[in-house]
Design a protein around this ligand. Sequence first.
Ligand SMILES: O=C1O[C@H](COP(=O)(O)O)[C@@H](O)[C@H](O)[C@H]1O
Length: 223
Amino acid sequence: MTNATPREQLAEQLAEAVAEALRQDLAQQERALLVLSGGSTPVPFFQALAKQALPWERVEVTLADERWVSESDEASNARLVRRHLLQGKAAAASFVALTTDDETPEQGVEAVTRRIEALTWPASLVVLGMGGDGHTASLFPDSRELELGLTTDAPVLAARTPSQPQPRITLSADRLHQARRHVLYITGDDKRSVLARAMSGDDSRELPIRAFLSCPLAVYWAP
Ligand SMILES: O=C1O[C@H](COP(=O)(O)O)[C@@H](O)[C@H](O)[C@H]1O
């Protein structure tokens, strides 16, 4: 890749690694599940992954978490996936969103749980992101459901977080742990410092990313 920025190179490397993991699993099984995070970081990765040669019609894609907003909302992680990943040949993948028409995630969680349970577990790979507060998926340090999210064996839960404008829905730590491979995809010096802090302690209630450090977690970072 000529003249590519470090972030573009990182996105390309991650796309190749994710595609390789899916190919390996698809050589052994009919369908494979990929769990992705949203936010602002993954756009170049989604675009690079969309160009990978894969039997996309055998790939299932879902999200680690979602804001409880409609898919037309700028904040929707599903919107991000549809716009930047499910394009060209990758549009043949089956995408399972984490929202319903219900007013609240508490009302929608049962239906979303059924959809999630119908996917091909264990997932081939989970790509986690991380916020500056150490949250990952929608497991936020200030979430009233953090303890539940870290301990329940239910696959999905609704989460209310004072620091966030919208209610959330998230896969539980237990369900995310069940994937065969785990990646943390982050950029910038601030997030590298948060990760370093997470690695020097063990309280997941302070920095929820800690719950995944021993998955093991392959870290993809660029400045
Ligand atoms: O709220 C969220 O934030 C994290 C990190 O997002 P970023 O914008 O800092 O890249 C993301 O992993 C998560 O899926 C998303 O809902």
